[in-house]
Design a protein. Sequence first.
Length: 278
Amino acid sequence: MLNSIIKGNDVNKLNIDRVTNKNTGSSYRMYFLTIFIISLLLTTFLNNIDFEKYSKLLNNFLIKNGFTINNIQILGIKNIPKETIIKIVNNENKSNILNVNLLNIYNNLRNNDWVEELHIERVLPNTIKINIKEKEAIGIWQYEMSNKLITKNGEIISTANINKFKIDLPIIHGNHANKNANSILKILETNKVLTKNIWSLDYINNRRWNLHFKQGIIVLLPSKGVLKAWNEIIKLQKNYDVLNLGLTELDLRNPNKILGKISVDKNLINHRKNLWRF
């Protein structure tokens, strides 16, 4: 049985292949279908039959024998609504399954911001199989009075339900922060327990980061030697529980000196502790 496949490892690239299905249960059906189509073509050629009539005859034959879309298999989605994909497929479902334009389905689906990789397969006699790999959101970029989901490459993912991501993703501020967030987040992930306490990151002057912890403390990282500074924070937390000492600020910009600040305003630290909840 011949299946049509459209796949792309990159949504900007497209390959169209033909593969053989080893499902012997449908092989005889496909054999007779092939013979029937060849016979119709020969009859059309030899007897000058109207091609439009031939097309209608073939279409009716395929529909009568179950070659219509009765099943849409969708794999890999977490954030793309299933209904959106089904609607796109149904827009192309106007006759038999062989006439369904997989390229149109592909082009419409790849316009979705969530799609990173896309694989579409026509499985005869009645199934369209769609396998999607979604992009991974790494943070919420607050920029120009709006919230935007961003990927590791700094791409923006449009979504109407951004609030559901606030629990798991950090808030990121600053010009060009979307293009630089992945490098700092990779460093922070070396200690996931500590990273869970970070609710916000500020990209300062296109060169360095400030980390806002849920305990109310702001950590000022250097522009160079960020991994070394992060390891110093890990050590300080392990030995002294530095996040819970009541500090408002911990400055690690100077590799030879660590500065800590304490505010006499007790309400300040309490205010910062609650900021991440909103």
